[in-house]
Every structure is written in structure tokens, then in C-alpha cells.
Design a protein around this ligand. Sequence first.
Ligand code: TRP
Length: 367
Amino acid sequence: MFKVTPWEVEGKIDYEKLIKQFGVRKIDEKLEKKIEKIAGKNYMLERKIFFTHRDLDKIVNDYENRKEIYLYTGRGPSGGTHLGHLLPWFFTKYLQDGFKSKLLFQITDDEKFLFKENLSFEDIGKYTKENMLDIIALGFDPKKTRIIIDTKNIKELYPLAIKIAKKITFSTVKAVFGFNNETNIGRIFFTSMQAAPAFLLSEEKNKKIRCLIPCGIDQDPHFRIARDVAEKLDYPKPALVHCKFLPSLQGEGKMSASQKDNTIYTSDSPEEVKRKIMNAFTGGRATIKEQREKGGEPEKCPVFAYYYFFFEKDNKKLEAIRRECKSGKRICGECKAELIERINSFLKEHQKKREKAKDKVKEFLEQ
Ligand code: TRP
């Protein structure tokens, strides 16, 4: 059993099943090569961390025909940024550099207010500021990147959101998101806010500009609706490229006492990182003796997943880790110790960049 909706991701996800359920397409080798030709190699493409799409081929064609395209992604500021959030943002940065394109980065503070029962608007404002620093720290080009905060930039978004909303019925959002008569009315409207940036540049420039949306596969339902609306409003359908989720440190489908221990936040101290990784679930055996004999199981191991998704980008070195694990040569303790070091050295740099980002926020916001 698993569940993937824009607001809940639970259980051990069967991505093959999800592809069928959502009706998305796998990124095949030919398409991968075309993107590599434009933007260079990327380990997330090679490893199928970014694995499915809608109309990504059309974006490539537009680019090859020198037609303008743009990127759009976003963040719902419901808490601190964790490492899993950074993956699609890194990928977006790679695409921005490669396609030399503009980027709209939406912060859906309205969404988190409407969908989280226990979060005040004030807290969300705090997370908005925090999350923006993480985004800016990744090095997006300020000349080509606009951060849009829904409740702050409502003037630009609202005229478009109502055009979109007019084309979406209650029965559609009921079917797509499982809403019912008890759902608050803000939630019912919200998908039109998330769709708006997908057409915003076309609207502003009065020209058809296709956008590409890198996002977690859980966000796809919003954009299925946006793509239907696009036709009705005569905008190009937004293209999508989807990624998988960084697994929970406690093992997939298992709940830990504290959700905070499932993941590493960008603000975590070296001690917190150490504690979380040392407590992580692994693909190891009950005893060292057994592990030496049978070897570990990297395919079930969140620690290995952290190397795979983030901390070992060299394919040969990653394969060596896998081999050593499976042969019983690599023991969980040393594997964890190495990961802790890598995470902490990444975070040390990231936290410095995050500090510097404080002076740059203005450059990214709408005037
Ligand atoms: N709804 C997303 C979230 O909860 C935030 C978001 C808004 C987004 N627009 C997006 C994510 C576009 C990806 C792409 O995090």
C-alpha cells in the first residue's frame, strides 16, 4: 500500500504502478541524450531519479528551434528545507544553466495555510523566508529568476488564476484531489494558483511560451488539470519532468516517533546529522558476523539511498559501494560514518551560502 497525492506521500512507492496510474511517460534514452546534448550529463537523469515526463520532447524541440521556453517550479513553505527538497531544485538549476532560461519559483504560502491545520500564517511567513535562503543558496541566476510569493504577488497572479478557475469545475477537483462537501473553499480554488505561473510569461508577453516544470511526481495532478485548462485558454500546455522521492531514513513505509528524524534539514548541526544517521534504518544484517557472510542489502537501505540520490555522484564509486556492501566487506557502521562526514561537509558549505543569500533576497523578488 502506498499513497501519492500533492499533500501526502506514504508507504513504499511502486513507481511503475504510479506511471500507469498517472499516465506519464518514461524518459527514454533518445530523449535523455538530447537533453544531455543541450545541458550536459546529469546523474539524476542517468540514475532515473528524474524518470518521467509530459511533453519534455516538445521543450527540447522548441529549444532546438530557438523558441523561447521557461522553467517553473515551487515550494510550499510548511517547514524547514530538507535534503529531499534540494534534489529537484538542483536539477532545475542544471536545466536553467543548460537551457539558459528564465525561471519562475513559486512559494505557495496560501496553500500551506489552507492545507495545514496547525500552521499559523505567521509561521508560514517565517518558513517562506527560511526556504528562500535555501533556494537562493543553490546559485540560481538572479537576472533570470523570479521568486513569486502567492500572497505577496497576488496582483500578478490573481487575474490569471480567475481565468483558470473559471475553466475548472468542482467535480474535477473532487475527482482529482478527493475533495468533498466538507473541504474548505480555499482548497477548492487553490489549484488555479499553482497553475497560474505555468502561463504567466505567456500572459505577460502576450506570446505563446511553453514552460517546463521540474517537480516531484506527487505534484503531477495539479498540472494534469493545468494542461487541460491550457487548451481552453489557448496557452501552450506546460511540460513536466518528474522526480522520485529521497527515501525516509527510517525505511520506507515506516513511521518514526518523530518525523523530524526521518530526514536531514539544511539547518541541522553536525551532531544532529550524526544522531539521525546513526539511528537510521539500514539494509544490514542482525550481526556483523552474519553481514560478513551474507552481505548487506543496499536496495532496501536508506543510507545507500543517500549515496545514490545525493552524496556519491561518480557512478564507478557508487558501484564500488554497492559491491562492497553486497559482498559483506562494507559494514553499516563505517558506511554511516562516511555518509555523516559527506553530509556535514555539504551542509557546512550550504549553510555559508545560505548566510550570504540573506543579502540577495531582494534581487529575486518582484519589485
Ligand atoms: N505545491 C508544492 C508543494 O507543496 C509547491 C509548488 C508550487 C510547486 N508550484 C510548484 C512544486 C511547481 C513544483 C512545481 O511543495
